[in-house]
Design a binder for this molecule. Structure first.
Ligand SMILES: [Zn+2]
Length: 293
């Protein structure tokens, strides 16, 4: 009976991210990036911790299964999860928002996010694209404050500015923060991601303006300036190589070694590359839909 039933049922679409999840969630040692910014994320899916004199700010929570290891990383870096006062999110996909509910509960922090990503975060589900698969739903999390483009978040002398860069999700948000390293001033961008990620760009009923949003966000990001590029996925920023370089410099006690995270071209290089991929995906979809460009 069971065999017959299985054979006659239509094949269920497999979770498109089943094989990516363990790789994204690989263990990673936390490390100091620059000034008061620490990496506390996983091998590929990022999480950043910012120390301030009035508490900690956490950016992103990884996958649902990343929350516990992120908490362990926060502890290993010498901090207490209970000191996290504010949590921010790059975008409301399961691999960056999945751990937020637990991290918020365990810290008592306030979650600050954009208006357009708020309903996704509060449902733990997005209605379109590959991550709409039920296997990629995540524990819903309440948003305590909504930010608009240009709004700032302030804690203990640290100011982060929200830049709404919709496309990858309707409320994808890049955050910027000035830092000083010795005598040098730098600008950090916590990038929201601008990859298409297999999401429909043409006839997307859940997000009809997706292609226009992508184009406007690419233009906006290319006008922003940042010489420290911190991405939501390690593979967008050569995380493993940079972490290894920092470790090597520490081990060998190299004096005045250049910080591998400082690169004035990387941000625009990555955005331009993702824009080329977006334009190619859009052209393919328009051709397939028989539309004129
Ligand atoms: Zn995403």
């Amino acid at each position: 009976m069971l065999l017959l039933a299985a054979a006659t049922l239509p094949a269920r679409a497999a979770d498109p991210y089943a094989s990516s999840r363990p790789m994204w969630n690989a263990p990673m040692k936390p490390f100091h990036i620059i000034q008061d910014i620490y990496y506390v994320g996983m091998g590929d899916t990022s999480a950043y911790l910012i120390f301030t004199l009035q508490g900690l700010i956490l950016i992103d929570g990884g996958l649902p299964e990343s929350a516990a290891p992120i908490e362990a990383n926060i502890k290993a870096a010498g901090f207490d999860i209970k000191d996290v006062k504010i949590i921010l999110n790059s975008h409301a996909h399961f691999d960056h928002a999945g751990g937020l509910a637990k991290l918020k509960r365990d810290s008592g922090a306030r979650l600050i996010a954009s208006e357009a990503d708020k309903p996704i975060l509060e449902k733990g589900h997005i209605t379109y694209g590959p991550s709409a698969a039920r296997e990629d739903d995540y524990p819903p999390v309440k948003v305590d404050r909504v930010v608009k483009d240009g709004d700032t978040v302030f804690l203990g002398g640290v100011t982060l500015t929200a830049h709404l860069t919709p496309g990858h999700t309707p409320g994808a948000t890049s955050w910027t923060m000035p830092v000083a390293d010795g005598r040098q001033d730098h600008n950090v961008v916590f990038f929201s991601s601008m990859t298409v990620g297999g999401q429909p760009l043409v006839n997307n009923k859940a997000y009809p303006e997706i292609a226009d949003d992508f184009r406007a966000s690419f233009a906006k990001l290319m006008k922003m300036d940042a010489d420290i590029f911190l991405a939501p996925h390690g593979d967008q920023m050569n995380l493993a190589k940079k972490a290894a370089t920092l470790q090597e410099n520490t081990d060998k006690k190299v004096l005045n070694a250049p910080n591998p995270f400082i690169d004035k071209d990387e941000f625009h290089r990555v955005v331009a590359n993702q824009q080329r991929q977006f334009e190619a995906a859009l052209a393919r979809e328009q051709a397939a839909a028989g539309e004129k460009k």
